[in-house]
Design a protein around this ligand. Structure first.
Ligand code: CMP
Length: 139
């Protein structure tokens, strides 16, 4: 089915001028970038976004990292977009990421892993709504 997923190009990637390189992989896989903006995430936004990880030992570090420098938030659209994006992102830990994936090519560590992608259609809708209003998404 035609789906939308939510993506973040993380600070380790924006800092190294890799926004275009990541977007080239996304578009090369046939996903369309139907919304995109560069923002500095606030602490509130990061804590809300990563709320399910609040009790994890890395939560503080994760919020610090995600608010440290600009990120690019995106909505990606395509056939099976949620699974397709997770496939081209590669495993969370770049040490386990398959050849050719975004994280294999660009990620520095499990924390500084260059991109986020929604894990389900349901979560994608919630995540998109946290950062975009309907009129900012142009399919
Ligand atoms: P993401 O898909 O954005 O969602 C949760 C994030 O937590 C994940 O990517 C990782 O970047 C981060 N994460 C997971 N495990 C660790 C860890 N052990 N240390 C630091 N960050 C982590």
């Amino acid at each position: 089915a035609l789906e939308r997923t939510f993506s973040i190009i993380k600070p380790d990637a924006t800092r190294r001028n890799l926004t275009g390189a990541v977007n080239a992989v996304i578009e090369g896989a046939g996903l369309r970038i139907v919304a995109q903006k560069r923002i500095k995430m606030t602490r509130d936004q990061a804590e809300t976004f990563y709320g399910v990880h609040r009790e994890r030992p890395f939560f503080g570090e994760l919020v610090e990292f995600m608010t440290s420098e600009p990120v690019v938030v995106q909505v990606l659209e395509g056939e099976g977009a949620v699974a397709k994006y997770r496939e081209i992102m590669g495993a969370t830990n770049p040490a386990n990421a398959a050849e050719g994936t975004i994280r294999k090519q660009f990620a520095l560590s499990v924390g500084e892993n260059s991109v986020h992608g929604s894990d389900s259609v349901e979560n994608a809708a919630i995540e998109v709504a946290q950062f975009f209003s309907g009129n900012e998404i142009v399919g």
